[in-house]
Design a protein around this ligand. Structure first.
Ligand code: PMP
Length: 294
């Protein structure tokens, strides 16, 4: 992720990543009380462009608010600094990770004093480019009444690590987690869509992260005249589907080959997901003039 020359952004300054330090006496490390974002920049015909930068930094702000952290920064300025960070590190295609964490304090109280760091590195599609073999996780997504699931809170990701570890130990590529009501929710770091009879379905907001890629896919469906329905979906719905895919900033769009013993009948290349995968790539690379629509 970094070498001796890598620079990161820390509270208004650019510093060498290898030389920065942080406290061991803080609620972020001890309790997972921190919020973060995952953003991508693409090397487009118009130069390096951060995809949906505003949406991501606004979600970072909302995440901070949801866990009662101050957010004393200007979103426009953070976007500007992020472009500068990419330039300083000579990054054209990059994954960008802003993180807000607390000053030293071991109390179980809301942070008063926070820091922001932004780092970036080159990262391939998170789940690779092959269709995935997926299992239904033994872990549920966190109950939204226990922790704000709309916030990207660091501590929530222990659930994601557990589900991924379990899936890999069983020989699968990725996990799919259910919500507390037994409906399909999302992957450890991505949202899910399923295809049935030429329509797409995806779980509604409420028990899942409001993914920015999910919103983009829905917008693309409207543009491409693909019927998209947001509704609760059961494992049975999934195992009767024609095709399915995950989507997320790091993942982009990743086809699913099978869920446990059930293999999807439609070839990925002929699925709606594959069309969306191609269109998403065009969109992020600004290959066509989508701005007027999206
Ligand atoms: N769900 C979870 C749990 C995630 O961590 C992510 C990644 N941020 C997503 C869905 C996809 O969100 P986005 O498209 O905004 O990256």
């Amino acid at each position: 992720y970094f070498n001796s020359n890598t620079m990161l952004y820390l509270n208004g300054r650019f510093e060498k990543a290898a030389a920065t330090t942080t406290t061991l006496y803080g609620a972020s490390l001890h309790y997972g009380y921190a919020v973060f974002e995952g953003i991508r920049a693409y090397n487009t015909h118009n130069g390096t462009r951060i995809f949906k930068a505003r949406e991501h930094f606004e979600r970072l702000k909302r995440s901070a608010e949801l866990v009662h952290m101050p957010f004393p920064w200007d979103v426009n300025d953070l976007i500007k600094q992020t472009y500068k960070l990419l330039e300083l590190n000579n990054l054209k295609d990059a994954y960008i990770r802003p993180l807000i964490y607390c000053a030293p304090n071991m109390q179980l109280v809301a942070a008063k004093d926070v820091s922001i760091m932004i780092c970036a590195w080159e990262w391939e599609a998170y789940l690779g480019n092959e269709q995935l073999q997926v299992c239904i996780s033994g872990y549920e997504r966190p109950n939204p009444k226990s922790t704000p699931i709309q916030a990207k809170v660091s501590g929530n990701y222990v659930n994601s690590i557990l589900a991924t570890t379990e899936a890999k130990a069983k020989g699968f590529d990725e996990a799919l987690l259910l919500d507390g009501e037994g409906n399909i929710a999302e992957a450890p770091g991505a949202n899910i869509f399923i295809e049935k009879n030429g329509r797409l379905y995806t779980p509604p907001l409420g028990n899942i992260l409001a993914g920015i890629t999910r919103a983009t896919v829905i917008e693309l469906c409207h543009v491409l005249d693909i019927e998209i329905i947001e509704k609760h979906l059961s494992v049975t719905d999934l195992k009767h589907a024609d095709s399915a895919f995950f989507c997320g900033t790091a993942t982009e769009i990743a086809g699913i080959r099978s869920v446990e013993e059930y293999a999807f009948p439609i070839k990925w290349s002929e699925s709606i997901g594959a069309t969306l995968q191609r269109t998403y790539k065009c969109l992020v690379l600004e290959k066509q003039n989508y701005e007027v629509i999206i």
